[in-house]
Design a protein around this ligand. Structure first.
Ligand code: MGP
Length: 189
């Protein structure tokens, strides 16, 4: 997939946005609802094709992370968490593991930083890879508007060249479900 750079400054090919790589480190003492943010670490930022490759040629592919850890790449002014103003009214397109997640991770990253979601590039917030027993990728967007959600979803399917059904989940609905299941667990005690 080709990268479209906004500008060429000398030998540097600038991207439309600056992006930040984050790492969520699993440690045995994590209590998800209590200290999730303590384990979230911003690693480095990039705003050019050259910086992108200097980072991604040297880090582990996400499937090589320890189970329980995450990678995220978000626009530099957006934190990879539901609470961020750019995320809180949006949601995520979820892609389940079918043995191709490392390839999907790179393909989606390139499509995001290359600005291939026209006219909705501004609605792209970032991408998360959760390394789990059943790993998953999610593409976070800032809107739940049906046209925007569906347009980004069909572009994603096209870039990944997949016939698999992808699922969209609003962050607000996901959080509601989480709270309800928590309440049910408490009532069952
Ligand atoms: P997870 O790491 O995103 O997914 O969320 P996992 O482990 O696959 O589990 P599932 O819930 O998707 O089935 C795990 C837990 O981490 C959540 O239940 C929250 O307690 C916490 N957490 C995750 N995220 C993305 C956030 C966030 O954005 N903000 C806060 N405060 N907690 C979060």
């Amino acid at each position: 997939m080709a990268l479209i750079a906004k500008d060429d400054v000398g030998n540097v090919h600038l991207l439309n946005d600056s992006w930040k790589l984050w790492y969520w480190r699993f440690s045995g003492t994590v209590v998800p609802d209590v200290n999730w943010t303590d384990n979230l670490h911003g690693l480095c930022e990039f705003d050019s094709v050259e910086k992108f490759w200097s980072i991604f040629n040297h880090i582990k592919m996400p499937s090589m992370l320890t189970t329980g850890c995450d990678y995220s790449v978000f626009k530099s002014d957006i934190k990879p968490m539901w609470e961020d103003p750019s995320n809180k009214n949006g949601g995520r397109w979820l892609i389940k593991d079918s043995g191709l997640l490392d390839q999907y991770w790179m393909d989606i990253l390139l499509s995001m930083i290359g600005g291939m979601y026209d006219p909705y590039n501004d609605n792209i917030c970032g991408i998360v890879y959760n390394r789990r027993q059943y790993s998953k990728i999610s593409v976070w967007i800032s809107s739940s508007d049906t046209n925007i959600v569906n347009d980004i979803g069909s572009k994603l399917k096209h870039f990944l060249d997949t016939k698999e059904k992808l699922k969209f989940e609003k962050h607000s609905e996901f959080l509601k479900k989480k709270i309800n299941s928590h309440k049910k667990k408490i009532l069952a005690k």
